[in-house]
Design a protein around this ligand. Structure first.
Ligand SMILES: Cc1ncc(COP(=O)(O)O)c(C=O)c1O
Length: 422
């Protein structure tokens, strides 16, 4: 990546490091180079209580991000998530099931109660929570935390969620670990949230671990307290300089447009986030990922069904061209093959069914509802996974429905269940 000289000129931390004189280091870190990677010295300020260059850089960053206050994190978005949950003061938070582990960990360690709301899943991709679903789970909730955008580039309706929170008088927190590329646009978390994280290292040209957590006027002081608790006392200056550079870097509208076109042409999953292209490979996803890597293409992740490619303003048109070529071949070699899951069989006609012995059928997906008789309600409905508990009950029941009874080679009767063929 080539650094933009114009942007560098605006970067206070970089300029301070560049100007600093080579010196003999009797301070940390242990490599003793005495320039660039330094610690808190008379000229380099102190992130824990900044009054100089770092205070100015954080002020600039807040302005860039549309915040009352912003705090640099060299501990990734994780630190930001912890700090904003602390700062919310909420005892009970509503979070979507597909929240990152930092959200769960922060709530656990701080003794917060959570209302974990399940995401609908479409072709293996968790969908954002609708405002209606959120609204029906708000009883006793004191803060709402939304991942936006999510790992697949899905965008929640933050405008409607903000209205719900305002009506209830509770803060909206946004885990924007994947949202920093929206900076300056209508989509950015700053338009909706009381506090939010920008995962700068994921979406902008920044070294790994660089992030920012921000707040509006109301929560600025509480967030400062949270940051002071969770942030390292030894932040890396190169990393901080990189965060400042990335936040100040300019949008590359040409590449954004090219990526949007690329996604349309290659049949990517439809999301609202230009930085993420997702392709479904079903059961062939891991094999396709291996093939792509052999061709020198490394995606962000493969979830076993889908492969996700992450772009940024630094992505080159030539790289998109190569990706298009290799992706086309990968799709031919590894055509999407539907994985059977309860979500995937819903409403799908023409799936093959087979009859298997009930004993040992745990984990399969039931095709014909079965249960005890009476009460004659499904113990396992069509489309549900068979559980060990259901098998045990159905094996013991005197009367049942939805099962067939066969006689095996030894003349023993065997209870059988209809399941979808894998
Ligand atoms: C949604 C989400 N939140 C928070 C985090 C934590 O970010 P970091 O690894 O920068 O600490 C991640 C990391 O992958 C994430 O995906």
């Amino acid at each position: 990546m080539k650094l933009d000289q114009k942007t560098l000129k605006e970067c206070r931390i970089y300029k301070m490091l560049e100007k600093s004189k080579q010196h003999i280091s009797f301070h940390t870190p242990g490599h003793k180079v005495g320039k660039w990677d330094i610690t808190e010295l008379s000229f380099s300020d102190n992130l824990s209580a900044p009054t100089g260059v770092l205070a100015e850089a954080e002020r600039d960053i807040a302005e860039e991000l549309g915040a009352a206050r912003s705090f640099i994190s060299t501990d990734g978005s994780t630190m930001g998530v912890f700090a904003m949950i602390y700062a919310s003061g909420a005892c009970k938070l509503l979070i979507p099931k597909n929240s990152h582990k930092s959200v769960y960990n922060a709530c656990y360690i701080m003794g917060k109660r959570t209302v974990v709301v399940n995401n609908d899943v479409l072709d293996g991709i968790p969908q954002p929570l609708s405002p209606d679903r959120i609204s029906s789970h708000l009883e006793g909730v004191e803060a709402v935390l939304i991942t936006y955008p999510d790992y697949y580039g899905n965008l929640s309706d933050l405008w409607a969620i903000k209205k719900l929170c305002e009506k209830k008088g509770i803060p909206l927190l946004v885990d924007g670990a994947h949202g920093s590329a929206f900076k300056g646009s209508e989509l950015h978390a700053s338009r909706f949230a009381d506090m939010w994280v920008d995962g700068v290292h994921k979406g902008l040209p920044c070294l790994t671990q660089g992030a920012v957590v921000s707040a509006n006027e109301k929560y600025a002081e509480a967030l400062a307290e949270g940051v002071d608790i969770f942030r390292t006392t030894s932040p890396n200056y190169l990393l901080m300089a990189s965060v400042e550079y990335a936040v100040k870097s300019r949008a590359n509208e040409k590449i954004e447009r090219a990526i949007i076109k690329f996604k349309e042409k290659t049949g990517a999953y439809q999301n609202g986030d230009w930085t993420k292209a997702v392709y479904s490979f079903g059961k062939n996803a891991f094999a396709a990922q291996k093939y792509l890597e052999k061709k020198g293409i490394y995606p962000e992740f493969c979830d076993g069904d889908n492969i996700m490619f992450y772009f940024s303003r630094e992505t080159k048109k030539s790289e998109l061209k190569k990706l298009k070529r290799v992706l086309y071949r990968a799709k031919k070699k590894f055509p999407p093959s539907l994985r059977l899951t309860p979500e995937n069989v819903q409403g799908r006609k023409g799936l093959e069914i087979e009859e298997v012995p009930l004993e040992g059928s745990e984990g399969r997906i039931c095709a014909v509802a079965c249960g005890l008789f009476p009460p004659c309600t499904p113990l396992v409905a069509s489309g549900e996974r068979v559980t060990a508990d259901s098998v045990e009950k159905l094996m013991q029941a005197e009367n049942f429905f939805g099962l067939t009874v066969r006689t095996d080679e030894d003349g023993e009767s065997v209870r059988c269940i209809q399941v979808f063929k894998d």
